[in-house]
Write a protein that binds this ligand. Structure first.
Ligand code: ZN
Ligand code: FE
Length: 253
């Protein structure tokens, strides 16, 4: 299975998934159709599926054009069927769904939007997290509340540690600067920031990130850690309160 990030709009990534053995092709969160079409034409592939993590325009903008061109099926969360344009296949929380020879697990992860889901490829240990978990960050809370977002992040934290994370935006550099501000002496974070600087200076994607690295360096995944609570002067406070504090700090960063 081959996954290619396709930069779209200003800082979005759509991801093209090619399963060469079963000749299955999918795209995750195409905000626009053009760059997807030109990639598929180069590869001489058609498109079978369009997978949407949530309904925002910068994740579904290419849906209809791609569906019409390739007769592709649009896959999304059943709870958001009225907001995902052209939806054909409605999936539920914890449902398994087959893509070529792979099994995808669907997890409902509300917070950024109420109908947000992620796609976890079991055998390949790959997850598409949309705008819920970013490398060194997490999505803004638009429709849900902080409790929901934290629960959703905790679901992702329980995936295998070597899971590769593919998120919806290239926000990593800015996120790293924020993490550095409040989590200074974190050695893992410092190392990750150096790698990020190098990649971005060559205009390369920082994605995928590995879950284990995120657990050690993403401040939003560390709100249950004592050393971070101490840095924020929030010793003995509930994880949820620490998370809210960090999210608020990021909103005004
Ligand atoms: Zn979004
Ligand atoms: Fe987005």
């Amino acid at each position: 299975m081959q996954i290619t990030p396709i930069p779209c709009l200003t800082d979005n990534y759509a991801y093209i998934i090619l399963d060469e053995t079963s000749k299955t092709a999918g795209v995750v969160d195409p905000s626009e159709a053009k760059p997807i079409i030109s990639f598929l034409e180069k590869k001489n592939f058609s498109l079978n599926y369009i997978l949407n993590t949530h309904h925002h325009y910068d994740h579904i903008g290419g849906n209809i054009e791609l569906k019409e061109k390739y007769n592709a099926k649009i896959v999304g969360f059943t709870g958001d069927k009225h907001r995902i344009p052209g939806i054909d296949i409605e999936l539920e929380n914890n449902q398994k769904w087959n893509f070529g020879n792979s099994t995808i697990n669907i997890f409902h992860i509300p917070g950024h939007t109420l109908g947000h889901i992620c796609f976890f490829f079991e055998k390949e240990k790959i997850v598409f997290t949309g705008d819920t978990l970013f490398s060194l960050g997490c999505g803004k809370i638009f429709e849900g509340d902080h409790k929901q977002m934290l629960d959703s992040l905790n679901k992702i934290k329980k995936l295998p540690k070597d899971t590769k994370i593919y998120c919806g935006h290239e926000y990593t550099y800015k996120n790293a600067e924020f993490c550095m501000k409040y989590d200074k002496n974190n050695i893992d974070l410092k190392k990750k920031f150096e790698k990020i600087k190098k990649l971005r200076s060559e205009n390369l994607p920082t994605i995928p990130s590995i879950l284990n690295d995120e657990l050690k360096s993403n401040i939003f995944l560390r709100c249950d850690q004592n050393d971070l609570k101490i840095k924020l002067n929030m010793q003995n406070q509930e994880d949820f309160k620490v998370f809210k504090k960090v999210r608020d700090l990021k909103d005004s960063f």
